[in-house]
Design a protein around this ligand. Structure first.
Ligand SMILES: Nc1nc2c(c(=O)[nH]1)N[C@H]1C(S)=C(S)[C@@H](COP(=O)(O)O)O[C@H]1N2
Ligand SMILES: [Mo]
Length: 343
């Protein structure tokens, strides 16, 4: 099977967007022509991509109230949630205007789109939204997202995030431990993995129309990983309901693993016996495996993982094994033999 795709990390370093042309949301809304110029990318290719998202000119930029505006979120009364100080950082929190304008969300665009997805995502309606819980559970059900969120006790945690493409951030997520969800969902003891699936809606998500990816986005965890204290379902960020680009209304955060494991905008959670094959593993199994634990000593086949670029400070810092969370999670992997835990 040959799938044509070109993720941003296939571009040479010189073609990547330099930090110096970091674009604010205002600049982006100001017009597509300026954007293309500022990015220093071939106008034709870039314009084609922007066209596909309806963003190729100021006059084509989405107008009117965005259906995905988090200010209208029906759960906003739950914020800010109790801060859990068990989770601390060794680096500054990434400013919101940076993390909210540098997002990986392939449903809304691919290469070079980090700076562009936020505004496109805002067009995604956040409600109605349901999450289907199925597979090896006492009772399969479909729950409204507001009922699910209100059934959980929200808290705020500071977490680091390390993308496989060697950038990182540190943010205050709000959400609830995955293990609380698991107790609530009541899987059978035969369940070995928890599989999570993103929405499928090519009308809203241009990336799902344009690219030959095996949509919907899927990934999974073992039950032991899912019920580890660190595994967190995110509903908010910076003390507010999360803007769509962060994966509203429900996304995973597993900070000891590369970012692609943290599935966004989840609509289905299944308890299964077979190990799920994630979207990236399906496309490039040699480069993106199931475990995907962060390890500076195991390079990606095409680049080093020894260090990372902090998108907040712009500085490069050494990457730590399990992204610095080894104390909490290394035990999960103690008995596992003959598997590539770090890719
Ligand atoms: N559905 C979906 N989930 C996703 C992705 C995606 O493209 N689609 N990208 C992943 C990757 S590679 C990373 S690094 C993080 C980025 O999260 P952020 O944009 O909130 O920083 O989301 C992950 N979850
Ligand atoms: Mo990533």
């Amino acid at each position: 099977m040959h799938i044509r795709h070109r993720p941003s990390w296939e571009l040479p370093e010189s073609a990547a967007t330099p930090e110096s042309v970091y674009l604010s949301r205002r600049t982006l809304l100001g017009g597509g022509a300026g954007l293309i110029g500022a990015l220093g990318l071939p106008g034709g290719a870039q314009a084609g991509f922007l066209d596909s998202l309806g963003l190729s000119g100021g006059d084509k930029a989405p107008k009117g109230p965005a259906p995905g505006d988090p200010a209208n979120d029906p759960t906003k009364d739950l914020y800010p949630a109790r801060h859990n100080d068990a989770f601390t950082l060794d680096r500054p929190v990434t400013p919101e205007d940076i993390s909210a304008n540098y997002n990986n969300f392939y449903e809304f665009g691919s290469d070079r789109s980090y700076y562009q997805v936020a505004d496109v995502c805002a067009q995604m309606p956040r409600r109605p939204w349901t999450v289907k819980i199925d597979g090896l559970v006492e009772k399969e059900r479909e729950v409204g997202i507001d009922d699910l969120i209100r059934a959980m006790a929200l808290e705020e945690r500071l977490y680091r995030h390390r993308c496989v493409e060697a950038w990182s951030m540190a943010v205050p997520w709000t959400g609830f431990p995955v293990k609380d969800f698991v107790s609530w969902a009541r899987p059978l003891s035969s369940a070995k993995y928890m599989r999570m699936e993103t929405f499928l809606n090519p009308d809203v998500a241009a990336g799902q129309r344009r690219f030959t990816y095996p949509w919907p986005y899927v990934d999974g965890l073992t039950m032991a990983e899912a019920t580890n204290d660190l595994a967190f379902f995110v509903t908010g960020i910076y003390g507010k309901p999360a803007p769509n680009q962060f994966g509203a209304p429900l996304r995973l955060a597993v900070p000891w693993k590369y970012g692609f494991k943290s599935v966004k905008s989840i609509v289905r959670i299944s308890f299964v016996e077979e190990r799920p094959v994630g979207l990236w593993e399906q496309i490039q199994g040699r480069e993106y495996g199931f475990w995907a634990n962060v390890n500076p000593a195991v390079p990606h086949p095409r680049w080093s993982q020894a260090s990372e670029r902090d998108i907040g400070t712009g500085e490069r810092r050494p990457t730590e094994i399990y992204n610095g969370y080894g104390e909490q999670v290394a035990g999960l992997y103690a008995g596992i033999k003959g598997e590539n835990l770090f890719m």
